[in-house]
Design a protein around this ligand. Sequence first.
Ligand code: AHM
Ligand code: MG
Length: 333
Amino acid sequence: MAGIKTLGQFIIEKQADFPYAKGELSRLLRDIGIASKIVNREVNKAGLVDILGDFGSTNVQGEDQKKLDVFANTQFIAALTSGGECCIVASEEEDEFVAIDSPVSKNAKYIVCIDPLDGSSNIDCNVAVGTIFSIFRRKSTEGKATLEDVLQKGTEQVAAGYVIYGSSTMLVYTTGKGVNGFTLDPSIGEFCLSHPDMKVPEDGKIYSINEGNYVHFPDGVKKYLKYAQVEDKASNRPYTSRYIGSMVADIHRNLIKGGIYMYPTTAGSPNGKLRLMYECNPMAFIIEQAGGVASDGFRRIMEIEPTALHQRTAVYIGSRKMVEMVESLLAEQ
Ligand code: AHM
Ligand code: MG
């Protein structure tokens, strides 16, 4: 066992970074880690049991809910309810926020925004999916926490992370002091520190975008795609195109190898597709902490003032130089 550091050990060790911490955030992160192991177990056997396919209902965005989406949502809410540190869960799968009202959560001061199973259209074909979470401290000090407590800017996040259920399962998170990645060792059932202090290369050669929507992209993005495809040995072009269609998997790869992930506005989605509170903000916090940039094309994702739980935004995220290049082309429009 020498040399192995589990997520639980690491979280406790890092509590010392916050001198006044009482261990509540640590317990919250532990609860999320436990729920993600349960979800991982189900994702892994998804092909074996009758859990594939649609659940038969639609969520607030009008999308079909998959059975595993519903399962993951239930697991995370259950873990956060019994853990006692969370007063509100805002989930992609719930129209309204869920107020946690249990005897153990009376003094809970954390709010969790979560996409329990992102990229779920990929489940049926055994392609990587993920969980994304963002944690805020509630602002109000008495009474029940409200929507105002949830609608905070990304800059107010106290922690954020994702789990990727891929060829191996990893949990990557930040509390604002760098980014660390843990790989699940199934033989001991523990997330073990495998990627300490992750940094995204400041430049890369991978771009990830659903190019099928090309005709609807803003001119700046069209120009960037042309730029990415032109040959220029000095700047490593043409770039490589990689698009899984699971934000977690695409951003995780680009975090490790360098690259940019883009989901622009389109005619059909004038505000973009991805959601600010539980997709873009947490990913932005992680990528910024790893030295990268996350923008809506014109401003920092984390500075967007939220006005609704399921608000959408365009997103350009990844290696600093690549995101800055898109921003400069969008500014020329
Ligand atoms: P979901 O939360 O409904 O799974 O949607 C989010 C996903 C992202 O993971 C992914 O990058 C994107 O939607 C793919 O969208 P598209 O199929 O339009 O390319
Ligand atoms: Mg999602």
